[in-house]
Ligand binder design. Structure first.
Ligand code: TXE
Length: 499
């Protein structure tokens, strides 16, 4: 595999990042920095400022001041929408640059970065519409002397913690919805992938967003992230990342009982019934595994297939896995990119080893790709997997597919739901009744029938069970960031209580 033939444009020196508070880029000053190596090239591409707790306090104070001023929080929906639409245009104008940095810092193929940036712009467009249509409710049935109104108002200051796997689209599934509701934000991107978040702050400011509405503090989770989760002047926390840190965030947020939105891990089943179009299903399963090198919260990492077609289906999947194009991440034809960090690469290989030791059979892949630079794992199919094995239970977050078989519909559902997670599930069948029954029974916030990882701004996303709380995107996504207030309005002369 030649993984850097088309990459002449690697930065000659790492990009020096700042952080972003009150509408302005702040310089590093005396702070430490973290040097980010491109996972596909092992070349230093950016230097991220390690902000401090004091920086977090300053960002929260700027956000609070902005919120209380009413500039943004009390603007009309139409005014907010105008900024969101300009931000969408700004994203599209900067698509090449944003996609380039997304690929440099995450290691994903450039075509997937471009798709991510284009998709992100669509979220800003969509949220602009919701900003204008958001409304409450009225009760005209409370009698002649009473009128009731239920109104929504922005929650306030939101702490937003973002992971490294989809830095720009995860941001876009949250920021415009928070902004549409009238909230203000203090955001911490992953220390591995901060560049595009900082660029987004600049794009929003250029689009007319007032100072202090969107602030970015960069740095490490245990310092900057923890300070956000604990902060008493933050009204809501939106965290996307691992289950362990999610649990810690939940405890830390108890200090002021801030509202919590959590999107955590997944171990998402691909349920394939014998009557499915097996060729289509195999292609979908391979896409669902290899997209973003399996580093998606919704990756279809468990294959649950009907026993009568299991052998045939495993062969179809293996054939496709072997033909997935790996290579230079800047080649538009490349489909499978690098693993985000050496530590994560080792973790994935460790899971493959544990699967082998537990008795799983490696049908294809099963090892790293030998390259001069970067960290790549061959897409891997494991069969003879038992439910108790770690490869069937843990979120591996890499291109490793664990196959189990079933004989009855009930068994298929039981295996699909045998997980602490409940983020996503795919069902492959041509039988409409079976598809709808399975869709109803499967415990997952996102369920696909005869497709996988389909999405867009209109439908909400989020998880059941330990995959999290709350929903993002869609109209629900804006409503999450509002407080509901009920108002009783008395009409006419009061009937006095003390006569
Ligand atoms: O996540 P972390 P990591 C899963 C996936 C992956 C594993 C570990 O299985 O292998 O998590 O990834 C910040 N207080 N997902 O280690 O540590 C951190 O700086 C507050 C699934 O990267 O949870 C980053 O900004 N914040 C997931 C963010 O939390 C803290 C996507 C996520 O980092 C913190 C990513 C703390 N104490 C990983 N410690 C998905 N649902 O898509 C760290 N952070």
């Amino acid at each position: 595999m030649n993984n850097h033939a088309n990459s002449p444009q690697l930065p000659s020196e790492p990009r020096q990042l700042g952080f972003y508070v009150d509408g302005q880029v702040r310089d590093r000053g005396e702070r430490e920095v973290l040097t980010r190596l491109s996972p596909a090239h092992d070349v230093a591409v950016s230097e991220t400022v390690l902000c401090t707790k004091t920086d977090v306090d300053e960002a929260v104070a700027a956000a609070r001041k902005s919120f209380e001023s009413g500039a943004w929080s009390r603007w009309s929906g139409a005014e907010r929408a105008a900024v969101l639409l300009k931000a969408a245009a700004g994203i599209r104008e900067n698509l090449d640059e944003l996609a380039y940095w997304e690929t440099l810092e995450t290691g994903k193929p450039i075509s997937q970065s471009r798709g991510e940036i284009e998709g992100a712009a669509g979220h800003y467009d969509y949220a602009a519409g919701v900003a204008r249509s958001l409304h409450g409710d009225s009760f005209n049935n409370l009698g002649d002397d009473m009128f009731g109104v239920v109104t929504r108002q922005p929650i306030g200051v939101i702490g937003l913690i973002i992971p490294w796997n989809f830095p720009f689209i995860i941001l876009a599934e949250r920021i415009p919805y928070m902004l549409a509701a009238g909230c203000v934000i203090v955001c911490k991107p992953s220390e591995l992938t901060s560049t595009t978040t900082l660029r987004m702050a600049e794009i929003l400011t250029a689009a007319g967003m007032p100072a202090g509405v969107f602030n970015v503090v960069t740095g490490m989770g245990p310092e900057v992230g923890q300070a956000i989760t604990e902060h008493d002047d933050i009204d809501m926390l939106s965290f996307t990342g691992s289950v362990d840190v999610g649990r810690r965030a939940l405890m830390a947020s108890a200090g002021n009982f801030k509202k919590l939105g959590l999107e955590l891990g997944g171990k998402n089943p691909q349920v394939v019934f014998a009557d499915a179009d097996l060729a289509d299903a195999a292609d979908g399963v391979v896409f669902g595994l290899c997209f973003n090198a399996g580093q998606c919260c919704v990756s279809g990492s468990r294959l649950v297939v009907e026993k009568s077609v299991a052998k045939e289906f495993a062969a179809l999947v293996a054939d496709k896995l072997k033909r997935v194009r790996m290579g230079d991440v800047f080649d538009p034809e490349t489909q499978l990119g690098a693993i985000v960090s050496p530590q994560h690469f080792e973790k994935i290989l460790g899971y493959i080893e544990s699967g082998k030791q537990d008795g799983a059979n490696v049908v294809c892949g099963g090892c790293a790709v030998e390259t001069e630079r970067g960290h790549f794992v061959l897409p891997t199919l494991l069969t003879d997997v038992e439910r108790s094995m770690a490869v069937a239970r843990d979120e591996i977050f890499g291109p490793v597919l664990a196959m189990q078989t079933f004989e009855t519909f009930e068994e298929a559902i039981e295996i699909a739901n045998d997980s602490i997670f409940g983020l996503a599930a795919s069902i492959w069948t041509k039988d409409l009744d079976k598809a709808i029954h399975a869709m109803r029974r499967v415990e997952a916030g996102r369920t696909w029938v005869n497709t996988t990882i389909a999405g867009g701004p209109e439908l909400p996303i989020g998880g059941f069970k330990q995959s999290g709380n709350g929903r993002e995107t869609g109209v629900y996504g804006v409503e999450e960031y509002t407080e509901v207030k009920s108002v009783h309005i008395a009409l006419g002369k009061r009937d006095h209580w003390v006569k």
